[in-house]
Design a protein around this ligand. Structure first.
Ligand code: GLA
Length: 394
């Protein structure tokens, strides 16, 4: 479903559940990161794009009459047929169901900025695969924030909105994530990748409109769990490396400095730093390659990124590796320029840069071979760079 169709769909769902039409509709996209993995919390560069998969919410004030309804937000998840109820008459705290914490965290962020959260009836749907490394949680957070902007009329700067959503993820979901996911969901632009400097938060748009290439998202359908501690561990290892090398963050370290400090670093910490330092450089070069439509070069950076994530950063898994191997086998002749895991890792998705006129054949081949290798059905789709969060109605 495209965004227009989704808006029609969520309107009908709202109508069915609450018996009237919604007054506000807001949506925010998931993302795929083309390159620049595990660099955001090291003050480095990332190159994500928003995808045509969204979290979407339709809402209205509760009907007058029920006193209880005037102090809470009711969110009906139309896909899982599950309802979350959040008391907004007091400071919002963590609660159940688990997914409501992303929403709770955002509401709390608004409250901390002095915004009074109104009671609402909400219908919610997400077409961003859950736990697929495509930022379903950031989409949910940014969608919530955008809905609250629509309802209260108090808009906040998109960067501030991304930071508010990131804090929700830190404090309410326990994942010490970087800024990439919430940033691209809030600030994505149609037809453009975003080269984001995570230190200065400055962005450069990188057009991705060459019709001869396509980006495929290949979901291994192995769920990833970033809350499990591995993500936080990587972050701590990077901080340790920066401290020993004597720089503020790995953004400031050169390959030379890393080699000089090698004897003082454990093998693991050395390899973590080697990935990050190399990846920051690859990201800047890949952005340049995209600007010049130099697709074979961009593809090589993607493969190199995957190898470093697999061997040095150790956040891949056998299913992600299987997809990349299949892509490499199809190769340039078969229309694949490059492929890598995308997002936090430990499952989730790969992203492949392919020749557009080969995309269908490549999709079929990856699906068949992945099934043969792993016994799992992959879900594969193409996406153009989509726009960031938007108020559709209100
Ligand atoms: C997750 C985090 C991001 C980023 C990626 C890895 O998606 O939410 O901030 O660190 O992992 O690049």
């Amino acid at each position: 479903m495209n965004l227009k169709e989704l808006a029609v769909h969520i309107t009908a769902e709202f109508q069915k559940h609450y018996g009237r039409a919604p007054r506000w509709i807001a949506a925010a996209p998931g993302r795929v990161n083309v390159i620049g993995e595990h660099t955001d919390y090291n003050d480095g560069f990332v190159l994500p794009m928003a995808i045509e998969r969204y979290a979407i919410m339709a809402a209205d004030a509760p009907l007058p009459g029920s006193v209880a309804a005037q102090s809470k937000i009711t969110i009906f998840d139309t896909h899982f047929d599950e309802t979350a109820t959040i008391d907004v008459s007091a400071p919002v705290t963590k609660g159940t169901p688990k997914w409501s914490n992303y929403i709770r965290g955002v509401l709390c962020g608004f409250q901390q900025r002095g915004v009074k959260i109104p009671a609402l009836d909400v219908a919610f749907l997400s077409t961003v695969p859950l736990g697929g490394g495509l930022s379903s949680s950031a989409a949910l957070e940014v969608c919530t924030a955008t809905l609250i902007e629509a309802v209260t009329g108090q808009t906040i700067d998109p960067i501030e909105k991304a930071l508010l959503a990131q804090k929700a993820e830190h404090d309410f979901a326990g994942v010490p994530c970087g800024i990439m996911d919430q940033f691209i969901s809030a600030l994505g632009r149609e037809g453009q990748l975003l080269l984001l400097d995570c230190r200065t938060r400055q962005t450069q748009l990188v057009p991705m409109s060459d019709p001869s290439v396509a980006l495929l998202v290949i979901n291994t359908n192995v769920k990833h769990e970033l809350g499990s501690g591995e993500y936080a561990k990587r972050r701590a290892e990077c901080e340790e490396a920066a401290k020993i090398i004597g720089v503020k963050s790995l953004r400031d370290a050169t390959p030379d400095q890393l080699e000089k400090a090698k004897s003082k670093l454990s093998d693991v910490v050395y390899r973590r730093a080697r990935h990050v330092i190399g990846e920051i450089e690859r990201t800047v070069h890949a952005a340049e390659g995209i600007r010049q439509s130099n697709w074979p070069t961009v593809g090589q950076f993607m493969y190199a990124s995957h190898a470093a994530l697999r061997d040095d950063y150790e956040v891949s898994c056998k299913e992600l590796d299987a997809v990349v191997e299949i892509a490499e086998d199809i190769g340039y002749k078969g229309g694949v320029y490059g492929c890598r895991m995308t997002g936090g890792g430990f499952g989730g998705c790969c992203v492949a840069l392919v020749k557009a006129d080969h995309a269908d054949a490549i999709t079929k081949k990856i699906a068949t071979e992945y099934k043969a290798k792993t016994g799992i059905e992959a879900a594969i789709f193409a996406s153009r760079p989509a726009a960031g969060a938007t108020i559709i109605k209100g």
